[in-house]
Design a protein around this ligand. Structure first.
Ligand code: SF4
Length: 426
């Protein structure tokens, strides 16, 4: 099989992985002619979009789509009849360098099916990253999808070369994982995530100690360490809609993963039906908007001070599912009307962030502007707020909302009719 065919098979096989963001790494570059590539400035980035709208990097590939495992939700499972291909380590290295030099990509996202054994596969992945970094001095971004039951030594080495490591949690419930992916062990996945967190923390601590020594002695180290363990942290991916787990359950698990393992991101990937699928899997994909609502809710958890229970509860009127018609913040506001109106001249930041239509940037602008004068209704647009969206929920110096609308049982309809389909962040 020629290289081009392998590339088409293995790039296509990688499209099911949603975790393609390259944010949060350290800045490296090749200014001065040293090394190859850069993680700063976004130079040479070439992303494309899959037909389902997901952002995928051009060189987002699998090392191989052969696999000895039988995860029933996966198109590459051992019994699947898909066309198979396998790259050698050198082929991936050379493709990465060639594409980088042509400005097609900003780095490499590498995952793999399991061949021979978890350790053997992980060794191959680490080999690619090690060769790029140590032989070619590659300074672009590397994301390695990690095999959770590979040996701890290999997981440790992977983080010396990769900007980001990820281990897929796969499914929201341990029972579903055991049923759908019999070779995968939830305890092993959690243990490996814990190991990655430990190495990341250790690396941070040693850098902090080193910088304390530098600032107290005022002397620069003779040779600064080039290796920081997985500087962009770790992330994970969860398949949504393959099992019956509610959004509330999904968000509870995400919240746990953020807290326990300091995940940088949990990616949600709507289940895609696959050919010859097991009968226990749904025949239809969940609506893509469900994935979008989960990302919005995830954002509320991480940056807006919401708890999982405020967003969704297992026993609420939707059975723990998010409202697909409106975003989760608006949904919370409609269920908590007593909280409103929020006075934009007096409310603390935490309260401003709960107003539908006020995001982090909008809240900051409101707080900066009100230092100089009392804000009036006409100032909302100047702060970059969506006036129509915030209007029912705020008070300004010259404005009070229409109490009849805020109390109306048709408040939700007011937004759905106006903005359907609603895909803005908040
Ligand atoms: S381990 Fe499971 S999810 Fe990963 S490629 Fe193999 S069958 Fe697919």
């Amino acid at each position: 099989m020629n290289l081009q065919t392998k590339l088409s098979v293995l790039a296509d096989a990688a499209k099911y992985d949603a975790s393609c963001a390259s944010s949060g790494s350290v800045k490296r570059n090749s200014v001065g002619g040293k090394g190859v590539g850069s993680t700063s400035g976004g130079m040479g980035i070439c992303h494309s979009y899959a037909p389902d709208g997901r952002c995928i990097s051009l060189l987002k590939i699998l090392l191989t789509n052969f696999c000895i495992y039988e995860c029933s939700y996966c198109v590459n499972r051992a019994s699947s009849s898909v066309k198979r291909a396998r790259f050698s380590v050198d082929e991936v290295v050379n493709l990465t360098l060639d594409f980088y030099k042509r400005n097609y990509i900003e780095g490499l996202f590498l995952s793999s099916g399991i061949i021979q054994s978890s350790d053997y596969t992980m060794e191959q992945l680490v080999n690619v990253a090690r060769t790029l970094r140590k032989v070619h001095d590659f300074r672009g971004y590397i994301h390695l999808k990690t095999i959770p039951d590979a040996s701890p030594e290999l997981l440790q080495e992977a983080g010396l070369y990769a900007d980001r490591l990820s281990i897929n949690i796969e499914l929201p419930s341990k029972q579903a994982l055991t049923l759908y992916a019999p070779e995968k062990n939830p305890a092993t996945i959690h243990r490996s995530m814990g190991q990655l967190r430990h190495h990341i923390d250790e690396s941070k601590e040693s850098r902090q100690q080193a910088s304390k020594i530098i600032s107290s002695t005022k002397r620069k180290p003779s040779k600064p360490s080039r290796f920081i363990y997985s500087p962009a942290g770790q992330s994970t991916q969860m398949i949504v809609g393959a099992d019956a787990s509610s959004d509330s359950k999904i968000l509870t698990l995400s919240n746990y993963l953020y807290g326990k393992y300091q995940m940088r991101r949990v990616y949600y990937s709507a289940f895609s039906p696959i050919p010859d699928a097991a009968q226990m899997l749904p025949a239809k994909a969940p609506p893509l908007v469900r994935e979008h609502r989960l990302y919005q809710a995830d954002w509320l958890l991480r940056f807006y001070g919401f708890t999982v229970d405020e967003i969704s509860q297992p026993n609420d009127e939707r059975g723990g599912m998010l409202d697909l018609d409106i975003d989760p913040k608006l949904s919370w506001a409609i269920r908590n009307r007593d909280f409103f109106p929020v006075n934009i001249n007096r409310a603390p930041k935490e309260a401003l962030l709960r107003v539908p239509g006020i995001g982090a940037i909008g809240a900051k602008k409101v707080m900066q502007s009100r230092q100089f004068r009392r804000l009036r209704f006409g100032d909302l647009a100047k702060c970059g707020l969506s006036v129509k969206k915030v209007a029912p929920f705020i008070e300004a110096a010259d404005y009070s909302p229409d109490a009849r609308l805020l109390e109306s049982e048709h408040l939700k309809t007011h937004f759905v009719e106006r903005s359907s389909p609603q895909m803005a962040l908040f």
